[in-house]
Design a protein around this ligand. Structure first.
Ligand code: FAD
Ligand code: EPU
Length: 334
């Protein structure tokens, strides 16, 4: 366990804004978490859990204690001819784990290549990309309930996964410290090529490594690298609307973009709503909207996360006025 006081968060958030935290504690095992909480009961209401900060926007200094996982390791729990179950420390980097699985030919999560962040954060918003969501592969999530200081396990069903959501993002936010995640992967599985840019791939020559490379190419083309331009991927979720609203919007906007998700429910690309509201490529010299993808807010040179927050509120306001749709933030705003 390491403990640091009055620490700059600049290198711990992908927007690269410069705010401070009063205390940061990094844990290397679940036992360290339990023993720390035993001795510091009064602190539990001040805890903020942070992974690699790639889905977090700090808008001010954090005057409490940040808990971070440095719990490492990949352990085989079960293996047979068809599948393998791996238990992974929450402090492992997500893409290093995907890379390990691709190299070992464990199929399932290759479409989730290059998503930034930690393994421990992956279940929080049920990370997803290119037709795959992590809830299809999570068997169990283990961690410490910070209110009772006990070890608790969540089955896949207990996690209440849905689009960019889970029980951990709602009522257990900052109340449950994930220490490991178990994934069931497969020795062979048909590739998921449902995303439009993947449909054109030649399936007879496709391997798991080639698919990972393709995904990396698409992502590099569409999304800015946080190392060179501060961002947190999609700032908002793609909103869901019903049939009545859809009909109304189509009658007002002839080129309205949407796709059906289930009976009488439709999803609208938030990027399209933002672009049509005139924000794509906006740049006030400090913060802006990425010129190649309207759903990505970028930090050009601001030190204050509040600048991004103010911009996001203006965008949200314009989209509401133009389309009567209220965008919901995907990013965790502190
Ligand atoms: P953080 O930002 O540190 O934390 C996110 C949330 O998880 C917070 O609420 C935090 O409290 C909680 N948390 C973190 N660790 C733990 C833990 N051990 N226990 C309990 N709670 C914890 N996301 C997608 O789903 N799909 C994408 O395609 C995608 N693309 C992206 C592209 C870019 C360029 C960027 C910058 C981000 C992208 N994201 C995407 C968002 C982000 O990568 C994911 O949300 C990722 O899972 C965040 O991981 P993190 O460790 O950085 O989390
Ligand atoms: N579009 C525009 N303008 C743009 C960009 C896109 O109108 O500037 C339209 C296009 O018509 C496109 C549609 O929006 O068909 C969807 O765009 P894209 O395929 O890039 O995906 P997205 O809906 O913007 C979602 C996830 C991403 C994930 C990709 C790929 C959400 C909120 N975002 O983005 O996840 O990588 O699909 O599956 O669901 C993240 O969560 O941070 C993230 C990057």
């Amino acid at each position: 366990m390491t403990e640091e006081k009055n620490i700059s968060l600049e290198k711990m958030n992908s927007f690269r804004v410069i705010h401070m935290a009063k205390k940061l504690i990094s844990f290397e095992s679940k036992d360290e978490v339990i023993s720390y909480l035993k001795n510091n009961k009064s602190e539990i209401d001040d805890i903020l859990i942070l992974g690699e900060g790639s889905n977090t926007l700090f808008t001010k200094d954090y005057n409490g204690i940040i808990f971070q996982s440095n719990i490492k390791g990949i352990e085989i729990i079960k293996e047979d001819n068809e599948s393998i179950t791996l238990k992974v420390g929450s402090g492992e980097n997500w893409d290093d784990f995907v890379d390990f699985c691709v190299n070992s030919e464990y199929y399932g999560i290759e479409n989730l290549s290059l998503i930034p962040g930690s393994v421990g954060a992956a279940p929080i918003q049920n990370i997803g990309a290119y037709g795959v969501e992590i809830n299809d592969y999570v068997v169990r999530v283990s961690g410490v309930d910070l209110s009772t200081n006990t070890l608790v396990e969540f089955s896949n069903k207990d996690c209440e996964f849905s689009y960019r959501d889970s029980v951990f993002k709602k009522k257990l936010r900052n109340k449950f410290f994930i220490t490991s995640v178990e994934f069931k992967l497969y020795k062979k599985l048909p590739f998921n090529l449902s995303y439009s840019d993947l449909e054109k791939l030649n399936t007879s020559e496709l391997t798991i490594s080639k698919l990972r490379e393709e995904i990396i190419k698409i992502r590099t083309r569409k999304l800015p690298d946080p190392k060179s331009k501060g961002n947190a991927g999609s700032f908002f979720k793609n909103p869901e609307i019903d049939e009545n609203k859809l009909k109304n919007l189509i009658s007002r906007h002839k080129d309205f973009k949407y796709f059906k998700i289930k009976d009488k429910k439709y999803k609208v690309p938030a990027a399209w709503l933002i672009e049509k509201s005139g924000w794509k490529g906006y740049n006030d010299g400090f913060v802006g909207v990425f010129e190649h993808h309207a759903l990505v807010l970028v930090n050009h040179k601001s030190e204050d996360g509040n600048d991004i927050h103010i911009l996001s509120k203006s965008i949200k306001d314009d989209v509401r006025k133009k389309f009567d749709i209220i965008l919901e933030e995907e990013v965790n705003i502190i």
